[in-house]
Design a binder for this molecule. Structure first.
Ligand SMILES: Nc1ncnc2c1ncn2[C@@H]1O[C@H](COP(=O)(O)OP(=O)(O)O)[C@@H](O)[C@H]1O
Ligand SMILES: [Mg+2]
Length: 328
């Protein structure tokens, strides 16, 4: 298959859902349904960085797991590079495994505590048939990409700092020469000074290798720093999706407005004209309200919002907000 040109869609989903059924009681057959991902439509293009932001429990990791083929969707499908992830043949699965890499939040959880950095980086290579010598050579190459000295290849995770562990996890993700990286809270477990280093490293790698990134985080500052386009998720649904600059400058969904208003303001002059913060609890996926799931917390909610689910309405060709009454 020919390599796709820059800009064409590489990850596509339309109305994608992932629901979990839980027994609410050992002795009853009643099932609780958790709509962790509920009718999400999103396209990610080759070479861009899309940020996915949402409060904890909003379904971000579940969405990543569906894209990675680690769990099947309940409704609709995800296409990665034209392949239906859930129905991929063994050959296509192998190709996706090479092309789509992942880095999770927890640096120590990302790496096997009983394996040296070299062992961790070699593992995916060996699984894909590389000889021991070739795998070692590639490990040295990726250490260069993450700007770490070769001598760390012989360290175990407990001998490395959090930031170093995360670099090794990134090196391992790069080993198979992926085209797409899914980064799930890649810096959330790190000290703030190290966070910036890791984000800069990820940006340099993305540019040097023309990768496509999906960066998942609960931290709007990370999104602001790295992403070209951003998606805002609330209780399993996308509330807003569009160019990062545009959304940060002029958020149209009341939830995005609430999230931005909740960012701490450092400048005392700015603080004087602070917007009111979001009210109410983050809400629960188990007891989703009728209509728009954000309506109980929304200052703009009207009757229609309590009855009907808003569609993904176009604000402009590349900007949508799932709201009946988006802000001007
Ligand atoms: N395997 C599972 N079984 C049941 N519920 C799950 C499972 N995985 C995730 N969930 C639930 O789905 C919701 C979304 O979780 P998650 O995707 O981890 O959110 P986030 O990454 O945004 O914090 C949570 O309520 C979580 O408890
Ligand atoms: Mg998560």
């Amino acid at each position: 298959m020919a390599t796709a040109a820059v800009g064409e869609p590489v990850i596509q989903m339309d109305g994608l859902s992932k629901h979990f059924r839980l027994s609410n009681n050992l002795f009853s057959s009643n099932k609780l349904i958790i709509r962790a991902v509920d009718s999400v439509s999103m396209t990610i293009n080759r070479g861009e960085i899309v940020g996915l932001v949402g409060e904890s429990g909003s379904g971000k990791t579940t969405l990543a797991r569906v894209i990675l083929g680690l769990t099947p969707p309940s409704e609709s499908t995800v296409y990665v590079d034209g392949i239906d992830v859930a129905k991929a043949s063994a050959n296509d699965r192998k190709r996706l495994h090479r092309e789509v890499a992942v880095v999770f939040q927890d640096p120590s959880g990302n790496l096997n505590p009983r394996q040296t950095a070299l062992g961790s980086i070699m593992r995916p290579l060996r699984l894909h048939g590389a000889s021991r010598a070739k795998a070692k050579e590639r490990a040295r190459e990726v250490m260069e990409s993450i700007r770490m000295d070769d001598r760390y290849l012989h360290s175990f995770p407990h001998q490395l700092s959090g930031g170093q562990c995360q670099r090794i996890a990134i090196a391992r993700a790069l080993a198979l020469n992926p085209k797409i990286m899914i980064l799930d809270e890649p810096t959330s477990a790190l000290d703030i000074s190290v966070q910036a280093q890791i984000l800069n490293l990820l940006l340099d790698i993305q540019e040097a290798l023309s990768l496509t990134y999906l960066v998942i985080t609960h931290d709007l500052n990370v999104i602001r720093y790295v992403s070209d386009r951003m998606a805002v998720m609330y209780l399993g649904r996308l509330m807003e999706f569009g160019p990062t600059d545009e959304i940060l400058r002029n958020p149209r969904h009341p939830y995005t407005q609430g999230l931005l208003a909740a960012l701490p303001v450092m400048n005392p002059k700015e603080r004087a004209r602070e917007k009111p913060l979001m009210t109410g609890d983050p809400g629960s996926l188990i007891e989703l309200p009728e209509g728009c799931r954000y309506h109980p917390r929304c200052p703009r909610a009207r009757d229609q919002c309590r009855r009907e689910t808003p569609p993904d309405a176009a604000i402009s060709p590349d900007h949508i907000a799932a709201c009946f009454y988006p802000a001007d």
